[in-house]
Design a protein around this ligand. Sequence first.
Ligand code: FES
Ligand code: FES
Length: 163
Amino acid sequence: MSVPISLTVNGKAVSVNVDPRTLLVQLIREHLQLTGTHVGCDTAQCGACTVHLNGRAVKSCSMLAVQAQGGQVTTIEGLSAANGELHPMQAAFRECHGLQCGFCTTGMVMSAVKLLEDCPNANEQQIREGLDGNICRCTGYHNIVKAIQHCQSGKAGQPVAAA
Ligand code: FES
Ligand code: FES
């Protein structure tokens, strides 16, 4: 049995038939081929699967695709501009070396964007607490926090003046 669902993903209307047991992350990765969203645990712990649904950061492995019926989803592919220019948070991660293997990065960036939308003046402690649903096993988090602070400063993605 499959059920029809319609939603908006990265600004585009999408209608698909899915098995009712399909997870939102499966819809994103397997049906829509948006493989920038990762699966690190499938048990709602690592945050690698984080996307935005109706203005909130959600772990897409922990909800069913049918729960997103009629919703607005943004994935990492929808974060950059149409001309390919990186979102300031993506630029900040690159400029501050906020990643190593990159597996967690999608989820980190999506969570960080929402974190600063909700709390633009978050201090370091609040940033660290805001990331407690996202696990990174490479970086020790230090440069991730620095990247978010860099984005917060408004300087991410800007050309660096020659010395
Ligand atoms: Fe969703 Fe780990 S894959 S939280
Ligand atoms: Fe490797 Fe975070 S950069 S898990």
